[in-house]
Design a protein around this ligand. Structure first.
Ligand code: S3P
Length: 173
């Protein structure tokens, strides 16, 4: 194992990144860094307000800057926002200093996990399942391009975390 390597969780909304990241940080005694929470903390407002006040492009600029910053650090479990894959530079930066793992789930599973929530601006209006299907279809190739994948549909967060720990602790050739 390379000591200090970050673990970076990528995946669509509702694939379990935040829950699994917390479990990983506790189990491996690494520092948890949730990108959305950190962006909200620095901007002193929720993501939905950033989208409403400054627009999605501004949010993506903040996300890009934070990805650059975090990929220069070590010993972190980083839970990314679902759109981090939209900028390939984010993924290549994270790959340089971390084990990058993509969590996947079907649109139906995602709906079951996030359908009752109201804080995600991209799912705020219209039929949620249609929104999830459309957005996911547009991004699927970007998620699929990440070498390490975990299908979370039938797994509990603890099981997902254990698969990632096995990957993390596997000796690097
Ligand atoms: C987004 C996902 C959200 C958040 C923002 C945009 C996306 O993060 O970054 O609302 O583009 O998929 P979660 O994946 O944590 O919900």
């Amino acid at each position: 194992m390379q000591t200090g390597r970050n673990i970076v969780l990528i995946g669509f909304m509702g694939t379990g990144k935040s829950r699994v990241a917390r479990l990983l940080a506790d189990e491996l005694r690494l520092q948890l860094l949730d990108m959305d929470a950190e962006i909200e903390r620095r901007a002193a407002k929720p993501i939905s307000r950033i989208f409403a006040d400054e627009g999605e492009p501004h949010f993506r600029t903040l996300e890009r800057a934070l990805a650059t910053e975090l990929s220069a650090r070590s010993g972190l479990v980083i839970s990314t926002g679902g759109g981090v894959v939209l900028n390939p530079a984010n993924v290549s930066d994270f790959n340089r200093t971390g084990l990058v793992v993509c969590l996947q789930a079907s649109p139906e599973t995602i709906l079951a996990r996030v359908g009752h929530e109201t804080h995600r601006p991209l799912l705020a209006s219209g039929d949620k399942l249609t929104k999830i299907r459309d957005l996911l279809a547009r991004r699927q190739a970007l998620y699929d391009a990440i070498p390490h994948q975990v299908d979370t549909n039938a797994l509990k967060p603890e099981q997902v975390a254990h698969r990632i720990i096995a990957l993390y602790e596997r000796p690097v050739a």
